[in-house]
Design a binder for this molecule. Sequence first.
Ligand code: ACO
Length: 338
Amino acid sequence: MEFEKIVQKLAKQYKQRIVLPEGLEPRTLRASDIIIREKIAQITLLGPPAEILEFAEKEGLSHIQHATIIDPLNHPKIEEYAQMVVELRKKKGIGLDTARELIKNPLYLAATIIKAGDADGEVAGAENATGNVLRPGFQLIKTIPGVSLVSSVFVIILKDKEFGDDGIMIFADCAVNPDPNEDELAEIAVTSARTAKGLLGMEPRIAMLSFSTHGSAKHTMVDKVAHATRIVKDNYPNIQIDGEMQLDAAIMPDVCAKKAPSSPIKGRANVLIFPTLEAGNIAYKLVQRFAHADAYGPIIQGLAAPINDLSRGCSVNDIVNVVAITAIQAYQNKKQAD
Ligand code: ACO
Protein backbone atom coordinates (compact mmCIF):
# COMPACT_ATOMS: atom_id res chain seq x y z
CA MET A 1 0.00 0.00 0.00
CA GLU A 2 2.85 2.33 0.90
CA PHE A 3 4.39 1.76 -2.54
CA GLU A 4 1.10 2.66 -4.23
CA LYS A 5 0.84 5.90 -2.28
CA ILE A 6 4.41 6.84 -3.14
CA VAL A 7 4.05 6.26 -6.91
CA GLN A 8 0.69 8.02 -7.08
CA LYS A 9 2.06 11.02 -5.20
CA LEU A 10 5.10 11.23 -7.49
CA ALA A 11 2.99 10.84 -10.65
CA LYS A 12 0.76 13.74 -9.56
CA GLN A 13 3.79 16.02 -9.46
CA TYR A 14 4.89 15.06 -12.98
CA LYS A 15 1.57 15.71 -14.81
CA GLN A 16 2.23 13.34 -17.72
CA ARG A 17 -0.10 12.45 -20.61
CA ILE A 18 -0.86 8.72 -20.73
CA VAL A 19 -2.69 7.06 -23.62
CA LEU A 20 -4.94 4.06 -22.95
CA PRO A 21 -5.68 2.29 -26.25
CA GLU A 22 -8.24 -0.12 -24.75
CA GLY A 23 -10.67 2.77 -24.44
CA LEU A 24 -13.87 0.75 -24.26
CA GLU A 25 -12.60 -1.74 -21.68
CA PRO A 26 -14.68 -1.33 -18.48
CA ARG A 27 -11.83 -1.58 -15.90
CA THR A 28 -9.80 0.86 -18.00
CA LEU A 29 -12.66 3.36 -17.96
CA ARG A 30 -13.21 2.98 -14.21
CA ALA A 31 -9.46 3.44 -13.63
CA SER A 32 -9.41 6.47 -15.95
CA ASP A 33 -12.15 8.10 -13.90
CA ILE A 34 -10.07 7.70 -10.72
CA ILE A 35 -6.83 8.83 -12.41
CA ILE A 36 -8.46 12.01 -13.72
CA ARG A 37 -10.27 12.69 -10.42
CA GLU A 38 -7.04 12.25 -8.42
CA LYS A 39 -4.98 14.16 -11.03
CA ILE A 40 -2.50 11.25 -11.31
CA ALA A 41 -2.12 11.82 -15.07
CA GLN A 42 -3.87 13.33 -18.07
CA ILE A 43 -5.67 10.56 -19.96
CA THR A 44 -6.15 9.95 -23.67
CA LEU A 45 -8.61 7.15 -24.47
CA LEU A 46 -8.71 5.48 -27.89
CA GLY A 47 -12.10 4.23 -29.01
CA PRO A 48 -15.49 5.34 -30.33
CA PRO A 49 -16.26 8.56 -28.38
CA ALA A 50 -20.05 8.12 -28.29
CA GLU A 51 -19.81 4.60 -26.83
CA ILE A 52 -17.16 5.62 -24.28
CA LEU A 53 -19.24 8.58 -23.08
CA GLU A 54 -22.41 6.48 -22.99
CA PHE A 55 -20.68 3.88 -20.78
CA ALA A 56 -19.29 6.63 -18.55
CA GLU A 57 -22.70 8.20 -18.08
CA LYS A 58 -24.37 4.86 -17.34
CA GLU A 59 -21.70 4.01 -14.74
CA GLY A 60 -21.56 7.48 -13.18
CA LEU A 61 -17.93 8.04 -14.27
CA SER A 62 -18.26 11.80 -14.36
CA HIS A 63 -14.52 12.56 -14.80
CA ILE A 64 -14.21 10.71 -18.12
CA GLN A 65 -15.55 13.84 -19.85
CA HIS A 66 -12.16 15.45 -19.06
CA ALA A 67 -10.22 12.75 -20.96
CA THR A 68 -9.08 13.33 -24.53
CA ILE A 69 -11.03 10.77 -26.55
CA ILE A 70 -9.73 9.79 -29.99
CA ASP A 71 -11.56 7.65 -32.50
CA PRO A 72 -8.88 5.48 -34.20
CA LEU A 73 -11.01 5.28 -37.35
CA ASN A 74 -11.48 9.01 -37.65
CA HIS A 75 -8.55 11.00 -36.39
CA PRO A 76 -7.59 14.45 -37.75
CA LYS A 77 -3.87 13.56 -37.68
CA ILE A 78 -4.20 10.21 -39.49
CA GLU A 79 -2.29 11.40 -42.58
CA GLU A 80 0.52 12.99 -40.56
CA TYR A 81 0.84 9.87 -38.41
CA ALA A 82 0.74 7.53 -41.43
CA GLN A 83 3.60 9.48 -43.05
CA MET A 84 5.54 9.17 -39.82
CA VAL A 85 5.02 5.39 -39.72
CA VAL A 86 6.23 5.10 -43.34
CA GLU A 87 9.39 7.00 -42.38
CA LEU A 88 9.97 4.99 -39.17
CA ARG A 89 9.46 1.64 -40.95
CA LYS A 90 11.37 2.65 -44.11
CA LYS A 91 13.75 -0.29 -43.83
CA LYS A 92 10.73 -2.64 -43.84
CA GLY A 93 9.34 -0.98 -46.99
CA ILE A 94 5.94 -0.12 -45.51
CA GLY A 95 3.77 1.97 -47.87
CA LEU A 96 1.28 4.70 -47.00
CA ASP A 97 -1.80 2.47 -47.38
CA THR A 98 -0.33 -0.16 -45.04
CA ALA A 99 0.62 2.57 -42.55
CA ARG A 100 -2.94 3.98 -42.61
CA GLU A 101 -4.31 0.47 -41.96
CA LEU A 102 -1.76 -0.17 -39.20
CA ILE A 103 -2.75 2.88 -37.18
CA LYS A 104 -6.40 1.93 -37.23
CA ASN A 105 -5.19 -0.62 -34.68
CA PRO A 106 -5.35 1.32 -31.37
CA LEU A 107 -2.13 -0.32 -30.11
CA TYR A 108 -0.21 1.02 -33.13
CA LEU A 109 -2.02 4.35 -32.98
CA ALA A 110 -1.03 4.74 -29.30
CA ALA A 111 2.66 4.17 -30.09
CA THR A 112 2.41 6.64 -33.00
CA ILE A 113 0.76 9.30 -30.83
CA ILE A 114 3.64 8.98 -28.34
CA LYS A 115 6.28 9.06 -31.07
CA ALA A 116 4.68 12.24 -32.45
CA GLY A 117 5.01 13.85 -29.02
CA ASP A 118 1.22 13.99 -28.44
CA ALA A 119 1.41 11.74 -25.33
CA ASP A 120 4.15 10.67 -22.93
CA GLY A 121 3.42 7.00 -22.24
CA GLU A 122 0.97 4.13 -22.71
CA VAL A 123 -0.69 1.43 -20.64
CA ALA A 124 -2.53 -1.52 -22.22
CA GLY A 125 -2.96 -5.26 -21.81
CA ALA A 126 -6.31 -5.57 -20.00
CA GLU A 127 -7.56 -7.25 -23.18
CA ASN A 128 -4.42 -7.75 -25.32
CA ALA A 129 -1.49 -10.20 -24.99
CA THR A 130 1.96 -8.93 -23.94
CA GLY A 131 3.56 -9.31 -27.37
CA ASN A 132 0.81 -7.34 -29.10
CA VAL A 133 1.10 -4.51 -26.56
CA LEU A 134 4.90 -4.27 -26.80
CA ARG A 135 5.56 -4.85 -30.53
CA PRO A 136 4.34 -1.40 -31.73
CA GLY A 137 6.62 0.19 -29.13
CA PHE A 138 9.61 -1.87 -30.29
CA GLN A 139 8.92 -0.93 -33.90
CA LEU A 140 7.99 2.75 -33.60
CA ILE A 141 9.22 4.19 -30.30
CA LYS A 142 12.40 2.10 -30.10
CA THR A 143 14.98 2.14 -27.34
CA ILE A 144 16.56 4.91 -25.26
CA PRO A 145 19.87 5.99 -26.86
CA GLY A 146 22.61 3.72 -25.50
CA VAL A 147 20.16 0.87 -24.78
CA SER A 148 19.58 -1.86 -27.37
CA LEU A 149 17.30 -4.23 -25.48
CA VAL A 150 13.86 -3.68 -24.00
CA SER A 151 13.35 -5.74 -20.86
CA SER A 152 11.20 -5.67 -17.72
CA VAL A 153 11.27 -5.65 -13.95
CA PHE A 154 8.83 -6.52 -11.22
CA VAL A 155 8.88 -4.55 -7.98
CA ILE A 156 8.38 -7.17 -5.27
CA ILE A 157 7.18 -6.02 -1.85
CA LEU A 158 7.85 -8.76 0.69
CA LYS A 159 6.17 -9.10 4.05
CA ASP A 160 9.57 -10.11 5.49
CA LYS A 161 11.40 -6.78 5.76
CA GLU A 162 14.82 -8.37 6.33
CA PHE A 163 15.29 -8.92 2.58
CA GLY A 164 16.18 -6.31 -0.04
CA ASP A 165 15.62 -2.71 1.08
CA ASP A 166 13.13 -3.04 3.89
CA GLY A 167 11.33 -5.82 1.98
CA ILE A 168 11.50 -4.15 -1.45
CA MET A 169 13.25 -6.03 -4.26
CA ILE A 170 13.55 -5.83 -8.03
CA PHE A 171 13.27 -9.02 -10.14
CA ALA A 172 14.29 -9.05 -13.84
CA ASP A 173 13.59 -10.11 -16.54
CA CYS A 174 10.31 -11.86 -15.79
CA ALA A 175 8.25 -10.88 -18.84
CA VAL A 176 10.03 -10.02 -22.10
CA ASN A 177 13.25 -11.78 -23.21
CA PRO A 178 12.90 -15.57 -23.28
CA ASP A 179 16.58 -16.55 -23.45
CA PRO A 180 18.98 -13.58 -23.26
CA ASN A 181 22.59 -14.15 -24.30
CA GLU A 182 25.44 -12.90 -22.09
CA ASP A 183 25.49 -9.39 -23.60
CA GLU A 184 21.71 -9.12 -23.28
CA LEU A 185 21.80 -10.41 -19.69
CA ALA A 186 24.42 -7.78 -18.86
CA GLU A 187 22.20 -5.10 -20.41
CA ILE A 188 19.17 -6.32 -18.43
CA ALA A 189 21.25 -5.94 -15.24
CA VAL A 190 22.40 -2.40 -16.09
CA THR A 191 18.93 -1.22 -17.16
CA SER A 192 17.38 -2.78 -14.03
CA ALA A 193 19.92 -0.92 -11.88
CA ARG A 194 18.79 2.34 -13.51
CA THR A 195 15.12 1.49 -12.93
CA ALA A 196 15.81 0.58 -9.28
CA LYS A 197 17.47 3.92 -8.77
CA GLY A 198 15.11 6.05 -10.88
CA LEU A 199 11.79 4.58 -9.78
CA LEU A 200 12.53 3.64 -6.17
CA GLY A 201 15.61 5.66 -5.23
CA MET A 202 17.41 2.37 -4.45
CA GLU A 203 21.18 1.92 -4.34
CA PRO A 204 21.23 -1.29 -6.41
CA ARG A 205 23.07 -4.40 -5.17
CA ILE A 206 22.69 -6.86 -8.03
CA ALA A 207 22.88 -10.67 -7.88
CA MET A 208 23.25 -12.50 -11.20
CA LEU A 209 21.48 -15.75 -10.38
CA SER A 210 22.40 -19.27 -11.40
CA PHE A 211 22.47 -22.78 -9.98
CA SER A 212 26.18 -22.27 -9.26
CA THR A 213 28.06 -19.89 -6.94
CA HIS A 214 31.45 -18.63 -8.14
CA GLY A 215 32.26 -21.73 -10.19
CA SER A 216 30.79 -24.39 -7.87
CA ALA A 217 29.18 -26.04 -10.95
CA LYS A 218 30.41 -26.24 -14.54
CA HIS A 219 27.94 -25.75 -17.41
CA THR A 220 27.47 -23.45 -20.39
CA MET A 221 24.43 -21.96 -18.60
CA VAL A 222 26.69 -21.05 -15.67
CA ASP A 223 29.30 -19.58 -18.04
CA LYS A 224 26.64 -17.31 -19.57
CA VAL A 225 25.80 -15.73 -16.21
CA ALA A 226 29.48 -15.47 -15.15
CA HIS A 227 30.38 -13.76 -18.47
CA ALA A 228 27.43 -11.35 -18.20
CA THR A 229 28.59 -10.38 -14.70
CA ARG A 230 32.11 -9.78 -16.02
CA ILE A 231 30.74 -7.55 -18.82
CA VAL A 232 28.91 -5.35 -16.28
CA LYS A 233 31.93 -5.19 -13.94
CA ASP A 234 34.29 -4.22 -16.79
CA ASN A 235 32.01 -1.54 -18.27
CA TYR A 236 30.26 -0.17 -15.16
CA PRO A 237 32.75 -0.35 -12.29
CA ASN A 238 30.42 1.73 -10.10
CA ILE A 239 27.62 -0.84 -10.18
CA GLN A 240 27.61 -3.22 -7.20
CA ILE A 241 27.13 -6.65 -8.74
CA ASP A 242 28.07 -10.24 -8.09
CA GLY A 243 27.64 -13.54 -9.92
CA GLU A 244 27.20 -16.10 -10.88
CA MET A 245 25.53 -17.01 -7.63
CA GLN A 246 22.72 -19.10 -6.17
CA LEU A 247 19.72 -17.40 -4.64
CA ASP A 248 20.62 -18.32 -1.05
CA ALA A 249 24.08 -16.75 -1.38
CA ALA A 250 22.45 -13.66 -2.91
CA ILE A 251 19.95 -12.98 -0.11
CA MET A 252 21.28 -14.70 3.05
CA PRO A 253 24.38 -13.06 4.59
CA ASP A 254 25.34 -16.23 6.51
CA VAL A 255 25.12 -18.43 3.38
CA CYS A 256 27.00 -15.82 1.38
CA ALA A 257 29.78 -15.79 3.97
CA LYS A 258 30.26 -19.52 3.40
CA LYS A 259 29.70 -19.81 -0.37
CA ALA A 260 31.02 -16.44 -1.59
CA PRO A 261 33.07 -14.81 1.19
CA SER A 262 34.55 -12.24 -1.23
CA SER A 263 31.13 -11.11 -2.51
CA PRO A 264 30.72 -7.32 -2.64
CA ILE A 265 26.98 -7.62 -2.00
CA LYS A 266 27.44 -9.84 1.09
CA GLY A 267 24.11 -11.68 0.80
CA ARG A 268 22.17 -8.38 0.77
CA ALA A 269 21.02 -8.27 -2.87
CA ASN A 270 18.07 -5.99 -3.66
CA VAL A 271 18.07 -6.64 -7.44
CA LEU A 272 17.82 -10.24 -8.68
CA ILE A 273 18.66 -10.93 -12.34
CA PHE A 274 17.40 -14.30 -13.58
CA PRO A 275 19.22 -16.23 -16.32
CA THR A 276 16.12 -16.90 -18.46
CA LEU A 277 12.49 -15.82 -18.71
CA GLU A 278 11.39 -19.24 -17.44
CA ALA A 279 13.35 -18.78 -14.21
CA GLY A 280 12.26 -15.17 -13.72
CA ASN A 281 8.60 -15.64 -14.52
CA ILE A 282 8.29 -18.75 -12.32
CA ALA A 283 10.26 -17.12 -9.49
CA TYR A 284 8.13 -13.99 -9.21
CA LYS A 285 4.91 -16.01 -9.24
CA LEU A 286 6.28 -18.37 -6.54
CA VAL A 287 7.16 -15.44 -4.29
CA GLN A 288 3.83 -13.73 -4.99
CA ARG A 289 1.80 -16.84 -4.14
CA PHE A 290 3.80 -18.63 -1.41
CA ALA A 291 5.16 -15.56 0.38
CA HIS A 292 2.04 -13.43 -0.24
CA ALA A 293 4.25 -10.71 -1.67
CA ASP A 294 2.89 -7.85 -3.75
CA ALA A 295 4.28 -7.91 -7.29
CA TYR A 296 4.05 -4.71 -9.38
CA GLY A 297 4.83 -5.18 -13.05
CA PRO A 298 5.93 -6.05 -15.56
CA ILE A 299 7.42 -2.57 -15.69
CA ILE A 300 8.90 -2.31 -19.16
CA GLN A 301 12.30 -0.63 -19.29
CA GLY A 302 14.56 0.57 -22.08
CA LEU A 303 11.95 2.09 -24.43
CA ALA A 304 12.49 5.75 -25.34
CA ALA A 305 8.99 6.42 -23.96
CA PRO A 306 7.31 3.98 -21.60
CA ILE A 307 4.71 1.40 -22.58
CA ASN A 308 3.50 -0.86 -19.79
CA ASP A 309 1.64 -4.10 -20.07
CA LEU A 310 -1.24 -5.11 -17.79
CA SER A 311 -2.24 -8.62 -16.88
CA ARG A 312 -5.57 -9.57 -18.45
CA GLY A 313 -6.74 -10.38 -14.92
CA CYS A 314 -5.83 -6.89 -13.68
CA SER A 315 -7.99 -4.90 -11.28
CA VAL A 316 -9.02 -1.24 -11.58
CA ASN A 317 -6.50 -0.48 -8.82
CA ASP A 318 -3.72 -2.25 -10.80
CA ILE A 319 -4.43 0.00 -13.80
CA VAL A 320 -4.31 3.14 -11.65
CA ASN A 321 -0.93 2.09 -10.24
CA VAL A 322 0.57 1.08 -13.58
CA VAL A 323 -0.49 4.43 -15.05
CA ALA A 324 1.23 6.18 -12.12
CA ILE A 325 4.43 4.14 -12.65
CA THR A 326 4.31 4.88 -16.39
CA ALA A 327 3.98 8.60 -15.69
CA ILE A 328 7.07 8.50 -13.45
CA GLN A 329 9.06 6.61 -16.10
CA ALA A 330 7.94 9.09 -18.78
CA TYR A 331 9.09 12.04 -16.71
CA GLN A 332 12.42 10.42 -15.89
CA ASN A 333 13.10 9.38 -19.49
CA LYS A 334 12.59 13.00 -20.56
CA LYS A 335 14.76 14.30 -17.72
CA GLN A 336 17.58 11.95 -18.72
CA ALA A 337 17.27 12.97 -22.38
CA ASP A 338 17.61 16.71 -21.52
N1 ACO B 1 14.20 -5.14 -27.24
C1 ACO B 1 14.23 -4.27 -28.30
N2 ACO B 1 13.69 -4.58 -29.51
C2 ACO B 1 13.12 -5.81 -29.64
C3 ACO B 1 13.08 -6.75 -28.60
C4 ACO B 1 13.64 -6.36 -27.35
N3 ACO B 1 13.63 -7.17 -26.30
N4 ACO B 1 12.45 -7.86 -29.04
C5 ACO B 1 12.11 -7.62 -30.34
N5 ACO B 1 12.52 -6.40 -30.69
C6 ACO B 1 12.32 -5.71 -31.96
C7 ACO B 1 12.89 -6.50 -33.11
O1 ACO B 1 14.24 -6.14 -33.35
C8 ACO B 1 11.98 -6.08 -34.24
O2 ACO B 1 12.35 -4.82 -34.72
P1 ACO B 1 12.15 -4.49 -36.29
O3 ACO B 1 10.73 -4.86 -36.63
O4 ACO B 1 12.41 -3.03 -36.37
O5 ACO B 1 13.15 -5.34 -37.02
C9 ACO B 1 10.62 -5.88 -33.55
O6 ACO B 1 10.91 -5.69 -32.17
C10 ACO B 1 9.71 -7.07 -33.70
O7 ACO B 1 10.53 -8.18 -33.43
P2 ACO B 1 10.01 -9.66 -33.41
O8 ACO B 1 11.17 -10.59 -33.25
O9 ACO B 1 9.04 -9.87 -34.51
O10 ACO B 1 9.29 -9.56 -32.04
P3 ACO B 1 8.33 -10.58 -31.50
O11 ACO B 1 7.03 -9.96 -31.65
O12 ACO B 1 8.51 -11.96 -32.00
O13 ACO B 1 8.87 -10.64 -29.99
C11 ACO B 1 8.01 -10.23 -27.86
C12 ACO B 1 8.74 -9.65 -29.05
C13 ACO B 1 6.57 -10.50 -28.23
C14 ACO B 1 7.99 -9.33 -26.66
C15 ACO B 1 8.70 -11.58 -27.49
O14 ACO B 1 9.97 -11.32 -26.98
C16 ACO B 1 7.89 -12.38 -26.52
O15 ACO B 1 6.92 -13.01 -26.87
N6 ACO B 1 8.33 -12.37 -25.26
C17 ACO B 1 7.63 -13.08 -24.22
C18 ACO B 1 6.45 -12.28 -23.75
C19 ACO B 1 5.61 -13.11 -22.86
O16 ACO B 1 4.80 -13.90 -23.29
N7 ACO B 1 5.86 -12.97 -21.54
C20 ACO B 1 5.22 -13.72 -20.52
C21 ACO B 1 3.91 -13.14 -20.13
S1 ACO B 1 4.06 -11.66 -19.21
C22 ACO B 1 3.78 -12.09 -17.56
O17 ACO B 1 3.62 -13.19 -17.21
C23 ACO B 1 3.84 -11.05 -16.60
